[in-house]
Write a protein that binds this ligand. Structure first.
Ligand code: ARG
Length: 436
C-alpha cells in the first residue's frame, strides 16, 4: 500500500478511535462465522478493538452447531417464527454446542491481534452466569419448551469485568430463577445487553453484507422507522432487524449490521466514514443546521481547496470566526459534508445572498448541494426576504438549472455592488425571486 494511503486511512480513523475509547460495544456474531479462518480473523480484530480501549460484550450464535449436532443425532430441528423449538434432547445438544463454541472463541481471542502472542498481553475473557432467563412459553399453539427469553442481565457483574479491561463473552443460554436452563436467540441477548448496559452501539456480524431493502439492494443507512417497515415482511433477517429496532427504541444510538466473513470488515465499518454494511440510527443521518464555532476547522478544510483553484473567493480564518453565524453546514452521521453561507445586507433588507456553497468531493452526486440550497431558500423566506442572489464564476449552469435568473451588478445592494467592483472577479450575478 502506498504510504499516502496508509496515512490517509489512519487520519480518517483517528476521530472514530477517539470517540470509541472507553465506550461499550455489544457485538452479536452469527454462528456460521465461528470457525476456522473467519473466527481467527474476527478474534484478531476484536483484540485490536480491545487494545484501543473499547469495552466489548460479545454474544455468539449457536444455530449451525446445534443443527450439526441434531444431524448427527438424527433429530430434525424444528423452528417456529424463526425460533428454534428446544425439547429436552435439543436442549442437551444446545448446551454442548454453546460449550464448544464458547471454548473455540476463547481460544481464538487468546491469540492476540498481531500473530505474535508474546507481544500482545493475553486478553481476559469473562464468561459466567450473567443471564437470567424465562420460558418463551406457548406461541400460536406451539409449545416452545426450553426456548427462552431474557428476563434480566447481571449488568453490575458485567460492568465489573469491563472495568478490569476484560471482554465479556455471552452464550445464548440462560438459567431461570428456578435453575432451569433455556436456549435463547443470539440477537435478542445482544439487544438486551446493549439496552441494559446502555451501550454506545450494537453491532451484528452476519453472513449477509448488511440489511437488504425489499428490492434486494443493500441498505447503506436506515432510520429506525425504515428498519421497522422492513419488518412487515418476515425474512431470515427479521430477528436481527427486530433486535435493532428494539435497541434503537431504548436509547442505543447506533446499530450496525455487516458481513463477518469480510476480512477486516469490522474495522472498515467502525473506522471509515463510509463503512461497509448497514448503519441504523434513530433519526435521519443527514441534517442541515446552523454552523457553530467548532465547525470552523471543517469549513476551512472544505473551502480551502476551492479557494486555491480560484473557484471561491478567499475567506480568512478571522473572517470565518466573525461570520460563522452566517454559515450553515450539512452534517451526515457527525461528519460535515458541506457548507453554505447566507449573507444579509444593512442597506437592503429585502434581499439576501447565498455564498460559499461547497460539498465535500467524497460526497458529490448525493444531491447534497440541492439540500443546502433548499435550506437556504427556506431560511431566506423565513427572514422575509424577497430575493436571493448568488454570484458565481464557475457554476452558472448549476444555478440556472435550479431556477435562478441572470441579473446584473446594478441589481445588487449598493454595498455589495461596491465589493463586486473591488474584487475584480467578474462573477456572474444570479437572482431568485421569492416574493410569491
Ligand atoms: N465509521 C462510522 C461509524 O461507525 C460510519 C459508518 C458508516 N457505515 C454505514 N454502513 N453507513 O459510525
Amino acid at each position: 500500500m502506498p504510504h499516502t494511503q496508509f496515512v490517509h486511512a489512519f487520519r480518517e480513523a483517528a476521530p472514530y478511535i477517539h470517540y470509541l475509547r472507553g465506550k461499550t460495544l455489544v457485538i452479536g456474531i452469527a454462528s456460521s462465522l465461528l470457525q476456522g479462518q473467519t473466527l481467527a480473523s474476527i478474534a484478531a480484530d476484536l483484540n485490536l478493538l480491545a487494545a484501543l480501549g473499547i469495552k466489548l460484550v460479545l454474544v455468539h450464535g449457536s444455530d449451525c452447531q446445534i443443527n450439526e449436532l441434531c444431524k448427527q443425532a438424527q433429530i430434525s430441528p424444528h423452528f417456529h417464527q424463526h425460533r428454534r423449538v428446544t425439547d429436552t434432547a435439543v436442549l442437551t445438544l444446545a448446551q454442548q454446542a454453546c460449550g464448544q463454541v464458547q471454548f473455540a472463541f476463547q481460544a481464538a481471542l487468546s491469540l492476540g491481534f498481531a500473530h505474535s502472542p508474546q507481544r500482545t498481553p493475553r486478553l481476559r475473557v469473562a464468561t459466567g452466569n450473567f443471564i437470567v432467563a424465562k420460558p418463551l412459553g406457548v406461541l400460536d399453539g406451539v409449545d416452545m419448551d426450553y426456548t427462552g427469553q431474557v428476563r434480566k442481565l447481571d449488568c453490575a457483574a458485567m460492568a465489573d469485568y469491563l472495568a478490569q479491561n476484560a471482554i465479556v463473552l455471552l452464550s445464548p443460554m440462560g438459567v431461570s430463577m428456578s435453575g432451569q436452563a433455556y436456549h435463547l436467540a443470539m440477537a435478542e441477548v445482544a439487544a438486551a445487553a446493549a439496552i441494559q448496559l446502555q451501550a454506545e452501539k450494537l453491532i451484528f456480524l452476519t453472513e449477509w453484507d448488511g440489511i437488504f431493502h425489499q428490492n434486494n439492494e443493500l441498505a447503506h443507512e436506515l432510520t429506525a422507522a425504515q428498519a421497522h417497515e422492513l419488518l412487515a415482511e418476515t425474512t431470515p433477517q427479521s430477528p436481527i432487524l427486530h433486535a435493532a429496532v428494539e435497541a434503537l427504541q431504548h436509547n442505543v444510538s447506533r446499530v450496525q449490521v455487516l458481513s463477518g466473513s469480510l476480512n477486516g470488515g469490522l474495522l472498515r465499518e467502525l473506522f471509515t466514514r463510509e463503512g461497509v454494511g448497514t448503519s441504523i440510527a434513530p433519526t435521519p443521518f443527514m441534517t442541515v443546521r446552523a454552523a457553530q464555532e467548532f465547525d470552523i476547522a471543517d469549513i476551512i478544510a472544505l473551502i480551502r481547496p476551492l479557494e486555491e483553484r480560484g473557484v471561491l473567493v478567499r475567506r480568512s480564518r478571522e473572517y470565518l470566526e466573525n461570520h460563522i453565524h452566517e454559515f450553515h453546514v450539512l452534517e451526515n452521521d457527525r461528519q460535515i459534508y458541506g457548507c453554505v453561507m447566507l449573507k444579509q445586507f444593512a442597506d437592503n433588507a429585502d434581499v439576501a445572498e447565498l455564498a460559499c456553497l461547497v460539498v465535500s468531493p467524497n460526497a458529490r452526486d448525493g444531491g447534497y448541494g440541492d439540500l443546502l440550497l433548499q435550506h437556504i431558500i427556506s431560511q431566506t423566506k423565513i427572514l422575509g426576504k424577497r430575493r436571493l442572489f448568488a454570484l458565481t464564476t464557475h457554476t452558472s449552469d448549476w444555478f440556472a438549472e435550479r431556477g435562478f435568473q441572470a441579473a446584473c451588478v446594478d441589481d445588487l445592494p449598493p454595498e455589495r455592488a461596491l465589493e463586486y467592483a473591488e474584487s475584480g472577479r467578474q462573477s456572474r450575478v444570479f437572482v431568485m425571486d421569492l416574493s410569491n
